[in-house]
Ligand binder design. Structure first.
Ligand SMILES: *Cc1c(COP(=O)(O)O)cnc(C)c1O
Length: 355
């Protein structure tokens, strides 16, 4: 075992699985790299941080996260620059956000050195797992959950923080078709909508399933109180271009503050395009569509970066947006952001982190 810092010990695998994998063409989220980081929190303090071979963990059937959902996660990606050097995109934003999520779920913060140094050390060790083919990347999943052996309901006193990663093939996303739902809500005022917690996802699956049964890819979520204002699409933030202005729902506490959202808005502003973060109702979008002033709509998130929206079904009618080839803004922003993430252009924002 090698000790790389006072904090982190590394036990390397004796059998790398990388040669058995076509890492440039892996199905999303099913192939995992050789190592994982594990840190336990017990009785008020963090224990030794270990990087060990990827593998099963043991748990008690009473493990509290399984019962009461004290579990949060993050998602980010590692890229290669044009000469093959590994890069992360805004990892400190994920570090900050996991602790905002943790706070909401009554979990102690993950220390910065465990998250940031652990993440960098892990990805350096598994850097060969970052695909070389353009478009393919290494998706990184930090997860943090309660491990008390107890079915008593209270904030747990023991936790586990883990980082795993998986190579993912190029994400050729077709434009997405959305359906507005007023049957289900993703988040309510005072709820956990702004936290990246497992329960938000579990609760969205039925709406997503019904959307797919009706021939759509995702749900366009409205606010929980009035079922009027647009919040997110699927598990992405959402924005609209109306009369050459970018309009995106403001972060009211029910919306997940996306790092892609923040990056995209920054790029739009620096391109000289007007950006509005405000309440936007589904009726405003429908009216703009009627008038012909709705030119683009897109989702934003780490998985797709930008997912162009082709169709929005509202009250049984499809609004069909212009083809992506006719869109003036989002394709350009997507390209610019991908070029920054992959080190093809210089990064004036300090977003890119070299390993
Ligand atoms: C993770 C997530 C997003 C996107 O956040 P990014 O930081 O851009 O990946 C948007 N909405 C929801 C509900 C999410 O969980």
């Amino acid at each position: 075992m090698q000790i790389v810092s006072s904090q982190i010990s590394i036990e390397k695998t004796s059998h790398s699985r990388i040669k058995e994998q076509d890492i440039n063409n892996s199905p999303f989220g099913k192939v995992f790299s050789d190592h994982m980081l594990v840190a336990n929190y017990l009785d008020g303090s963090w224990q030794e941080v270990k990087i060990i071979p990827y593998g099963n963990i043991s748990m008690s059937p009473s493990m509290s996260a399984l019962h009461y959902g004290q579990t949060v996660f993050e998602g980010l990606k590692a890229y290669r620059n044009p000469i093959g050097k590994p890069l992360l995109f805004r990892p400190e934003a994920n570090y900050k956000r996991i602790n905002e999520s943790a706070f909401r779920l009554c979990m102690p913060p993950v220390p910065e050195d465990i998250f940031m140094d652990g993440l960098k050390e892990l990805i350096r060790l598994d850097a060969d797992w970052i695909p070389t083919q353009s478009g393919s990347v290494l998706y990184i999943r930090p997860i943090y959950f309660a491990t008390d052996e107890s079915v008593g309901l209270k904030p747990a006193s023991s936790y586990k923080f883990i980082i795993i990663s998986c190579p993912v093939g190029a994400y050729y996303s077709e434009p997405v078709k959305l359906i507005v739902t007023d049957k289900y809500v993703r988040a309510a005022e005072g709820g956990t909508g702004a936290a990246k917690c497992g329960g938000n996802y579990g609760g969205s699956l039925l709406a997503d399933k019904e959307a797919k049964q009706q021939g759509y890819d995702n749900v366009l979520w409205l606010d929980g109180k009035q079922k009027k204002y647009i919040e997110e699409c699927g598990t992405m933030n959402v924005a609209f271009l109306i009369n050459d202005v970018v309009i995106t729902p403001k972060l009211t506490g029910t919306i997940l503050p996306g790092i892609t959202r923040d990056s995209v808005l920054t790029l739009f502003k620096d391109m000289g395009v007007k950006v509005q973060e405000r309440l936007i109702s589904i009726d405003e979008v429908a009216d703009a569509y009627q008038e012909g002033s709705l030119s683009e709509a897109f989702g934003m998130g780490t998985a797709a970066t930008i997912a162009h929206i082709s169709t929005i079904n509202y009250q049984g009618r499809d609004m069909i947006l212009p083809p992506v080839s006719e869109r003036k803004y989002a394709p350009k922003i997507l390209q610019q952001l991908e070029d920054i993430k992959t080190g093809k252009v210089t990064d004036p924002y300090g977003w890119v982190c070299q390993l």
